[in-house]
Design a protein around this ligand. Structure first.
Ligand code: NDP
Length: 484
């Protein structure tokens, strides 16, 4: 028997895949053509819900190699010795657009890395920017509503975008990066990646430090001019996806050098900015970059849906030696990401080949939809037990940390929203500033309410008077006297 026979999903040979079974030559189709029924029904179910954010993505496999000994800071197995290689998978994405949207739009890019370490998977779920628009996860659904389509017109709504930002001045730093040249990367290979949040590294002695991750592109930073990006979006909406695939296919493997900034735990109480505020960076003059290793992408996915669409990343996918910080965006994401995966892919998403750890998994999770592995077989399924089941390892407990204060919903209105956005403006060249201002003026022109424009101009002015004044002039308005 040929081993290349077309079969049904239950493995039986298909007799005819071109002609459905009908009652007579011209008669209606028979419901007993179960191959037809199965084929149509499965086709209807080919999509899982697209991600609410980061729907459009491209992925690649590769490896991470340690180039500098950081074992005095973390006991994490993947960073344990120079020369150690760990397999990894990365998914790049835009944020606001749908699965079929254009790649070359102005948007942050997702930069989600999964390391398949010997002590479990470790995910860094970052962006191509070091900061974020908001610092508290409670604002995230409202923020994303303004980035997605208007419920009435089903169009993008610049009034909603700038209304939200102007009422959330902590967004100013990220808005300034987004509106700068780096808001439209030339390719996915020509941009940096950042863990963005602050995390804790813990060494074998149980001593911790706060850290931030920086992936610096070895291809150099390159961006697209606004006109070129718009033209490419029309002609080849999958431009970035295609570029990444072709580069890897041609053996031109993209690489990033991973650095960390390291802050002693006690500095968190005295640093000039709240180090757990994801709208802020740590100045590299205060905490210089320390090299850790290299990430190289050298293999394309074999199947987009299986490897890229079904890939699930969460900032809570942690390994011993790496812990979280009190960053409120991070704390919210610890819930939201895994929850999204349980909804989108299912409760057993971590058992899928792309998400499955390459080390053994032993736990008492059983059953659930699409349980396609052995489901633990006949092994013990509860703990504690008398039958030699897997047991906890106290040495791998997260380190204890002190908390203090009064439980409350704490506002951060007194925080400085402006200095770092101004620092960014001031480090740009005159040409970069001009393009930044043009981009913002272009984006704000369609805003319907003048009060929104004036409120936002006030924020730009507070970051740097020149910045605000040039945007006001571009919009044909004046900086409000109240902010001068
Ligand atoms: P530094 O001068 O020590 O560092 C400036 C940083 O800005 C470098 O990481 C540089 O690295 C990056 N940079 C340079 N040009 C641009 C650009 N056009 N758009 C975005 N980033 C750029 O100063 P500080 O660390 O004190 O930071 C000053 C400002 O730099 C911050 O307010 C922030 O806006 C911005 N920045 C800071 C980062 C940090 O982690 N401290 C990271 C990225 C930006 P490179 O050219 O390789 O990107």
């Amino acid at each position: 028997m040929s081993n290349n026979k077309l079969t049904t999903s239950w493995g039986a040979p298909v007799g005819d895949n071109q002609n459905s079974m009908t009652a007579g030559h011209r008669g209606p189709t028979l419901i007993q053509d179960v191959h037809l029924l199965e084929k149509l029904a499965h086709f209807n179910r080919e999509r899982v819900p697209e991600r609410v954010v980061h729907a459009k993505g491209a992925g690649a496999h590769g490896y991470f190699e340690v180039t500098n000994d950081v074992s005095k800071y973390t006991k994490a197995n993947l960073f344990s010795e120079v020369g150690k290689r760990t397999p990894m998978f990365i998914r790049f994405s835009t944020v606001a657009g749908e699965l079929g949207s254009a790649d070359t739009v102005r948007d942050p890019r997702g930069f989600a890395v999964k390391f398949y370490t010997e002590e479990g998977n470790y995910d860094i779920v970052g962006n191509n920017t070091p900061v974020f628009f908001i610092r508290d996860a409670i604002k995230f659904p409202d923020f994303i509503h303004t980035q997605k389509r208007d419920p009435k017109t089903h169009l993008k709504n610049p009034t909603a975008v700038w209304d939200f930002w102007s009422h959330s001045p902590e967004s100013l730093h990220q808005v300034s990066i987004l509106m700068s040249d780096r808001g439209i990367p030339a390719t996915l290979r020509h941009m940096h990646g950042f863990g963005s949040h602050t995390f804790k590294w813990v060494n074998k002695e149980g001593e911790g430090v706060w850290i931030k991750y920086h992936f610096k592109t070895e291809q150099g930073v390159k961006n697209l001019a606004v006109d070129a990006a718009a033209q490419i979006a029309g002609e080849n909406p999958d431009y970035h996806t295609e570029d990444l695939f072709n580069a890897i296919q041609n053996g031109d493997y993209p690489a990033w050098t991973l650095y960390v900034q390291i802050m002693p735990l006690e500095d968190a109480d005295t640093y000039k900015f709240d180090p757990f505020d994801v709208t802020k960076v740590w100045s590299q003059k205060d905490y210089p970059l320390i090299e850790v290793g290299r990430m190289v992408l050298d293999r394309n996915p074999e199947n987009y849906f299986a490897e890229v669409e079904q890939a699930t990343f969460s900032p809570g996918t942690l390994v011993p030696g790496i812990e979280v910080s009190p960053d409120k965006m991070l704390q919210g994401r610890l819930f939201a990401y895994s929850d999204a995966h349980r909804y989108r892919v299912g409760a057993n998403h971590n058992a899928l080949p792309i998400n499955r750890p390459k080390c053994p998994v032993h736990n008492n999770q059983r059953d659930g939809q699409m349980r396609f592995d052995g489901n633990g077989g006949g092994s013990v399924y509860y703990e504690p037990n008398s039958f030699g089941g897997p047991t906890e390892s106290p040495a791998d407990k997260a380190t204890p940390f002190a908390v203090s204060g009064v439980a409350d919903s704490v506002a951060y209105d007194h925080y400085d929203h402006y200095t770092q956005a101004g620092d960014l403006y001031r480090l740009l060249s005159e040409e970069e500033r001009t393009r930044l201002v043009e981009n913002i003026v272009g984006a704000m022109t369609p805003v319907e309410l003048e009060e929104i424009k004036l409120r936002q101009i006030g924020h730009f002015y507070k970051a740097d008077p020149e910045y605000g004044t040039r945007i006001a002039e571009g919009l044909g308005l004046s900086v409000p006297e109240t902010v001068k």
